[in-house]
Design a protein around this ligand. Sequence first.
Ligand code: BES
Ligand code: MN
Ligand code: ZN
Length: 477
Amino acid sequence: MQFKISTPSVKKTTILIVAHDKQLSNSGILSPKELSFASCEMKDGKNIIGINQYLRHIYIVVPPTDSNKIPISEAIRRIGCSLKDLLNKHNEVSVLISNLSSESFAAYYLAEGIALSAYQFLKYFADAKKKANTLTTIEFDKKSITIKDLNQLSIITEAVGIARNLVNEPMNALNAVQLSEQIIAMGKASGFKTTILNKTQISKEKMGGILAVNRGSIDPPTFSIMEHKPTKSLNKLPIVLVGKGIVYDTGGLSLKPTLNSMDRMKSDMSGAALVSAAMYAIAKMKLPLHVIALVPATDNRPGENAYVPGDVIKMYDGTTVEVLNTDAEGRIILADALHWAKRYKPELVLDFATLTGAAAAITGAEALVYMGTAADATKQAFEKYGYLQYERMVQLPLWSEYGDMIQSDIADLKNVGGAYGGAITAGKFLEHFTSYPWLHFDIAGVSYTTTKKNYHSVGGTAFGLRMLLDYLLHYGK
Ligand code: BES
Ligand code: MN
Ligand code: ZN
């Protein structure tokens, strides 16, 4: 979606955001008859009122006043979803938003909802052109948004599209090497620096976790390092993002049962997609923060040389791990990345991973689960931005008893806990490899949807990306 500030005209299809009909009559845009029609509809509680004028459509948007169940930002985004459908139905190519209400960010949220729901993944359709939305541009009058916010909106919604594209790309088009190539391209386009370790370098480093998971694969693993380092930054020591990059998860020799459980496993690199798209946005917005992102990547599949249940592997940090289930592979590759992160003496490390079905079982698609050792103030800030972006989260405890559940009889750790508490025992496993303030975000339940829901179309959602960027935009403030 393109965004720009331009001047209103009587020929442009226009969205008027108003809280009450007085704001409409003051605008002078509607005829007396249209005005009385709009007032009636508003009294009926309509949130979108369409008026067909000779040269254009007018859409009057009335944000709900009683949206105490969801933040007003989210209520307006959702109106944006419905508007997007109307605009495309009427073959509109562009629309101008004019905010007459006193909610200063109403135009921003509305455009965000339109843009997020206008996302399409059409590259594999023969009739992609026919399926494509007509709407390509959202304009604002100059009172309705600042240039800075317009720029931010444009970059964040673009980043969401980039993350969703990566998730939606099937494994036969996006193996670990191809993922690293995408990351290089994103670095070039936005300005962050990239370094990619190939299999030889990963072996030289003795990253035993990544190598173990990769053993069943015919494709080599990659370890991608991204860095955004502005000359002036608010943080002295870097913030490190880590994303799980399992480009496909069959479960390995502990094969997933076939009935549907593998259908969405191309999305097991959603964490990688999220952190690399975040880096794209961070670099494009030129955030005054030193941020590094790490993506360990491979597929997880059975193969002649695949790691087997019972294997004891030596991780990058020297810890030995008894592998009792090759399907608990995410924590194994993440552990090596978390160990790598220690070299930066980071201020904060945030990992994003489709780590456990157990996390999805707790919150479904409504929230992610998180846990970690970062300060309470950090956790509170994440919960706040998670709520405002409507990418909500629930914290789980990292009590030591859960650590007891991953003690092995023959090695330092085993890679699975018991039948219960699986999201937490996975978190405890990761914690072992950290030595800095850290948060782990398990996005297994939210990263992908099989039904359209509000501004999430079927496929990758990029859930978590907007709240992360919101957190970073307010970092140190
Ligand atoms: N990638 C899966 C987790 C997952 C499940 C993501 C469903 C998205 C939707 C992960 O690698 C996995 O297989 N986890 C196992 C761990 C278990 C073997 C301890 C799980 O959750 O069943
Ligand atoms: Mn798995
Ligand atoms: Zn997995």
